[in-house]
Design a binder for this molecule. Structure first.
Ligand code: JHZ
Length: 396
């Protein structure tokens, strides 16, 4: 049974950065209600009514995984580690984005799957890329040209696909007998612990726990045999999944993480009700802090036009009454406006200057990288504001 625990209100598509805020374009802006539910049987946490993927993953898709140094390094080290452990002959990535993971392997060994045409167009020059959604029809098509796959990697993508049966059945069909599916996604345990409610938005149809992944894959003749904690995106998990009859044994760290999650209460609805109360408090505190700063005539901007901040801004109703603009290094976000709240997005070269007093860390998951890069800002008295894990002002 699905039980709702969090209502984040009326939200736009997190990646629908607007090119203009003319009456016409505002009229066509799409909104939906972002309600989060918990399944008392499988322990799966999901968006109650997922948005149609066809309006999310278009040829204007904004996110570039290679945009941060942290992620470039993380994907390189994942690639080397997985290659050493599984020695795959054929590697496929579901959601290959700008190729930041697959570019670490020889091109003849890899296949990319990427439904956003603008991204697939970039990588098809470097390796075979199918510009399609992942499903059984595509798996069949790939198998006509390639051998079965020994390593399927998918970072921040499986949690985005509403239809889990289609996803895992297609994986089963294309995976070699001792092949491994490796999934990385933000961990539910971290979301609860650090109150990062902004990990909930339209694309994150699921925020997985190990408990839920173990239950879900069982239905598709697959088996979770290992899991690993990783630092990315504020705390993620890397799940290792194989076919039921394959050679891999369940690891000790999987048992350990499963029991940690039971202790955290990820199998218990009351945990999520408590979390929802913390989220409401976080909203109150953030808005009151911004109001206080504005009263003193200080200039506040936001650092990083993340999808996550779409949730924060729309849930807390933060618009350009509070924030002058948002800075972001991604070229195709610059010159646009934030979804739902319509705050201008500009490049850091232009916007991150002497006039800024406070910067809200939209990209809080890159706090270390950003603080390291923006020492001058802090030195001259500039301050960062973060809402994770608590509302806090960060000074030098
Ligand atoms: P970042 C996206 O979410 C979408 P977002 C997606 N659904 C998902 O699951 C996660 O990624 C993984 C900018 N930036 O990675 C670059 C600076 O401007 O937290 C990015 O636009 N300066 C697929 O959008 C944004 O911030 C910097 O110094 O929440 C970060 O976005 C740095 C480090 C980043 O993901």
């Amino acid at each position: 049974m699905n039980k709702d625990f969090l209502n984040l209100g009326r939200q736009p598509i997190a990646n629908s950065f607007l090119s203009s805020i003319s009456k016409k374009s505002l009229k066509s802006e799409y909104f939906y209600n972002l309600i989060i539910s918990f399944n008392t049987k499988s322990f799966l946490v999901s968006v109650k009514k997922p948005v149609n993927p066809k309006i999310q993953y278009t040829d204007k898709y904004a996110h570039r995984a290679a945009e941060s140094e942290t992620m470039r390094k993380a994907f390189r080290s994942a690639a080397l580690k997985l290659f050493k452990r599984f020695k795959p002959k054929k590697i496929m990535e579901i959601g290959s984005n700008d190729g930041v993971f697959l570019k670490n392997f020889p091109r003849q060994k890899v296949v990319g799957v990427e439904p956003c045409k603008n991204l697939a167009d970039i990588t098809k020059k470097k390796f075979t890329t199918y510009p399609s959604f992942w499903n059984k029809i595509l798996a069949k098509k790939i198998l006509k040209k390639h051998s079965k796959i020994d390593l399927i990697f998918s970072a921040n993508t499986i949690s985005h696909i509403p239809n889990l049966s289609e996803t895992f059945e297609a994986v089963f069909n294309i995976l070699s007998d001792n092949g491994v599916l490796v999934i990385e996604d933000p961990s539910l345990s971290s979301v609860i612990k650090i109150n990062s409610y902004d990990q909930f938005y339209d694309e994150h149809v699921y925020v997985f726990s190990t408990l839920a992944v173990e239950n879900v894959v069982k239905k598709y003749k697959l088996r979770l045999f290992d899991v690993e904690k990783i630092d990315t995106h504020g705390g993620s998990l890397r799940y290792y999944i194989c076919k039921n009859n394959s050679k891999y044994k369940k690891t000790k760290r999987l048992d350990l993480i499963l029991s940690e999650e039971r202790k955290t209460g990820l199998n218990n609805f009351s945990t999520f009700k408590k979390f929802a109360n913390k989220v409401k408090n976080s909203k109150k505190k953030l808005v009151s802090l911004l109001k206080k700063i504005k009263k003193k005539n200080n200039k506040i901007i936001s650092y990083g036009a993340t999808y996550k901040s779409t949730t924060v801004f729309n849930y807390c109703k933060i618009d350009n009454r509070y924030l002058h603009y948002v800075t972001d290094t991604t070229l195709n976000k610059q010159g646009k406006f934030t979804p739902g709240t319509h705050i201008p997005i500009i490049s850091p070269e232009i916007g991150f200057n002497e006039s800024v007093d406070y910067a809200f860390l939209g990209a809080w998951n890159f706090k270390k990288e950003i603080i390291n890069k923006e020492k001058k800002f802090l030195k001259r008295g500039g301050k960062f504001i973060t809402h994770v894990p608590d509302i806090k002002i960060l000074t030098k």
